[in-house]
Design a protein around this ligand. Structure first.
Ligand code: NAD
Ligand code: DAU
Length: 349
């Protein structure tokens, strides 16, 4: 994909210490070479999912700054936008896990909805030239056995998480319409790759299998997700930032639909672990059956398409977790243990 050189100078990335945000910042600063003259400011509250270790390799890079703050703190947001003369914002910060939103939806409303509104107002006051709202295909709800989500699919969120993301998307849309705000919305399918917090399916199953622990498959395990490597998603967000049209929505997907059970067996095979680790547990309430993305608009208008095959991406991801046992151990020895017991009614081994 060829991209014009960016005229952006100071980019604020919210939630840059999380899974996708950290991969995005690394892409900007190391892989693309497009933004060599840019400064990247990572604005992150460091919740349970935010981990400074995810970007420890960038310490000392003078193009990178970290601000430890909450997007719900209007003063801190505005001060940061002004101090660093921010001209574009890429908004990843969110509570991101569906199961946690079922246990307690309040942090989701607070950060994902109110936090986005606070950020939008500050950006409007300061006058940024671009704002990318990083959203999810879950806002479209669930698909039957056929069909795809397009950018025109009506919003029909089924979990408190997806309802909070849909609310934030609608706020962005309304600011574009009402204030001529330069907002762009991206909606992506399920990401996998390095630095993903192990509450999500792929890293949870890899880390449990590494420890010979059961893999808790919800319901019948026949639910379908469309898997995309995190770097392909990040390339899409970058393409939207550089070449997207304000007021537009762009879907990204991996063209890789898989049933959870098929994915689980593949993972066990790659890890050399037995199928007997699979354990069927109570289904997730309101569990969406199928997601699948039509990403032709991103291909046509942003010259974007996913490049990393699932086979290669999954093998590299497994290898990354196998090689980063200390990163995993630090998470699995902390508060995550309490969440695991509450969610699965079992102790983490
Ligand atoms: P994550 O949970 O790994 O990271 C979220 C980050 O946001 C963390 O660093 C956290 O500390 C930070 N954060 C949370 N609340 C904050 C607040 N109030 N102020 C400042 N920072 C805060 O999430 P992720 O999987 O990297 O997802 C990032 C974004 O991408 C989210 O908006 C999510 O909805 C969206 N998304 C995720 C996926 C996926 O498959 N993971 C797919 C599509 C879209
Ligand atoms: O589609 C994009 C979304 O993908 C993002 O917006 C979310 O932030 C991200 O968390 C992800 O949501 P899912 O709910 O699809 O991901 P999760 O990894 O939680 O679950 C994937 C599938 O695996 C889903 O069908 C539920 C199932 N599952 C999950 C867990 C954690 C299990 O069967 N067992 C589990 O223990």
């Amino acid at each position: 994909m060829s991209q014009p050189r960016s005229s952006l100078k100071n980019i604020l990335v919210t939630g840059g210490s999380g899974f996708i945000g950290s991969n995005f910042i690394r892409l900007l600063l190391t892989d693309e070479g497009l933004l060599d003259d840019c400064r990247i400011v990572n604005y992150d509250k460091l919740t349970y999912a935010g981990n400074p270790e995810n970007l420890s390799d960038l310490e000392g890079d003078e193009r990178y700054e970290f601000v430890h703050a909450d997007i719900c703190d209007a003063e801190a947001v505005e001060r940061t936008l002004k101090t660093y003369e921010i001209d574009a914002v890429v908004h990843f910060a969110a509570e991101s896990h569906v199961d946690r939103s079922i246990l307690d939806s309040s942090p989701f409303i607070h950060t994902n909805v109110v936090g986005t509104q606070i950020l939008l107002d500050a950006c409007r006051r300061v006058g940024v030239s671009r704002f990318v709202q990083v959203s999810t295909d879950e806002v479209y709800g669930s698909l039957p056995a056929s069909g795809f989500f397009t950018e025109e699919t009506p919003l029909a969120p089924n979990s408190p998480y997806s309802a909070s993301k849909a609310s934030a998307d609608l706020l962005v849309r309304s600011y574009c319409q009402t204030f001529d705000f330069p907002g762009i919305i991206t909606r992506c399918s399920n990401n996998y790759g390095p630095y993903q917090f192990p509450e999500k399916l792929i890293p949870l199953f890899i880390t449990n299998a590494m420890n010979d622990q059961p893999l808790p498959v919800y319901g019948d395990g026949r639910q379908i997700r469309d898997w995309i490597h995190v770097v392909d998603h990040c390339r899409g967000v970058l393409a939207a930032l550089l070449n997207g049209q304000p007021g537009q929505v762009y879907n990204f997907g991996g063209l890789c639909e898989l049933e959870n059970l098929v994915l689980t067996s593949t993972l066990l095979r790659v890890l050399g672990k037995p199928e007997s680790l699979i354990t069927f547990v109570k289904d997730r309430p309101g569990h969406d059956r199928r997601y699948a993305i039509d990403c032709r608009k991103a291909a046509e208008e942003l010259a974007w398409q996913p490049q990393i095959s699932f086979k290669q991406g999954l093998e590299e991801t497994v290898e990354w977790y196998l090689s980063n046992n200390e990163w995993i151990s630090r998470i699995r020895s902390g508060d995550y243990r309490k969440y695991y017991e509450q969610q699965y009614g079992q102790r983490l081994g």
